[in-house]
Ligand binder design. Structure first.
Ligand SMILES: NC(=O)c1ccc[n+]([C@@H]2O[C@H](COP(=O)([O-])OP(=O)(O)OC[C@H]3O[C@@H](n4cnc5c(N)ncnc54)[C@H](OP(=O)(O)O)[C@@H]3O)[C@@H](O)[C@H]2O)c1
Length: 249
């Protein structure tokens, strides 16, 4: 029997990378999974991989109407949510000097504001005993050049997990943060123009990681499974780094 048998899960940004690996793992463990994302073609490809125990609802987490539509669909079809993984996020490398108001607003709108309303609007459907996993980043506690605005959004996410752990206690909902280190996903490729540049980036990340390599989306999905399942029933308000020791050693 799987660890999530009969559970209803939502994974935002479930069409790619960490979110897709998490959705696939949850379905393997017996859950039904709703995934979201903006690009329909990516969602279609993901659902083809996930199979009959998943479906996609196209939408942008920074648009409140899209979130309302997502939860209306889930409410009508399943009536509840047991697990929410707020994973959607963007990263646009930008130094302080180059930061524009548009970059700031876009990054905060998706990574921080979008995440807040993803959680707030899910609450009426969340079950007692439910688990919320917020995907942050080890950059929330590091000073990485070019990651300033992104890291600030992830520090906000980590902070929300602390407050919401207390605020949602009486609803029987646990909240935890998961902080990946450098993980080899399309997010990394999107940062570089050529395959050679992507390999250089991978090499420089690997050199900074005590385990000597980047992580895989599946390794982050294993940690998400732990936080989502009853295996972590007495774990609340934490930040779980999945980073090959990068933020710890
Ligand atoms: N990869 C890493 O090294 C790393 C490290 C630390 C933390 N993280 C975090 O892990 C999460 C997943 O990253 P990833 O590496 O798996 O990246 P990815 O492969 O680019 O996946 C990002 C997912 O989020 C979705 N998304 C982006 N903006 C969205 C929006 N406004 N509304 C709805 N969905 C949106 C994307 O779909 P659409 O673009 O189609 O909307 C996609 O499904 C992010 O929060 C990221 O910050 C990643």
């Amino acid at each position: 029997m799987g660890k999530l048998e009969g559970k209803i899960a939502v994974v935002t940004g479930g069409s790619s990378g960490i979110g897709l690996a998490t959705a696939l793992r949850f379905v393997d463990e017996g859950a039904y999974v709703f995934i979201t994302g903006r690009r329909k073609d990516e969602l279609d490809k993901a659902v083809a991989q996930i199979g009959e125990n998943g479906c996609a609802v196209q939408g942008d987490v920074s648009k409140l109407d899209d979130l309302d539509r997502l939860y209306a669909i889930i409410g009508q079809s399943k009536g509840r949510i047991d697990i929410l993984v707020a994973n959607s996020g963007i990263m646009e490398p930008t130094t302080l000097q180059d930061t524009s108001p548009e970059h700031f607003d876009r990054t905060f709108d998706i990574n921080a504001k979008g995440l807040l309303f993803t959680v707030q609007k899910a609450l009426p459907l969340m079950t007692n005993g439910g688990s919320i996993v917020l995907v942050a980043s080890v950059t929330s506690i590091k000073g990485v050049p070019g990651y300033g605005t992104y890291s600030a959004t992830k520090a906000a996410v980590r902070s929300y997990a602390r407050t919401w752990t207390r605020e949602l206690k009486d609803l029987g909902i646990r909240v935890n943060t998961l902080s990946p280190g450098p993980i080899d996903t399309p997010l990394v490729k999107a940062r570089t123009k050529t395959e050679e540049a992507a390999d250089q980036l991978r090499a420089s990340f690997s050199a900074a990681i005590p385990l000597g390599r980047m992580g895989t989306a599946e390794e982050v999905a294993s940690a998400a499974l732990f936080l989502a399942s009853d295996e972590s029933s007495f774990v609340a308000g934490i930040d779980l780094p999945v980073d090959g020791g990068m933020s710890q050693v």
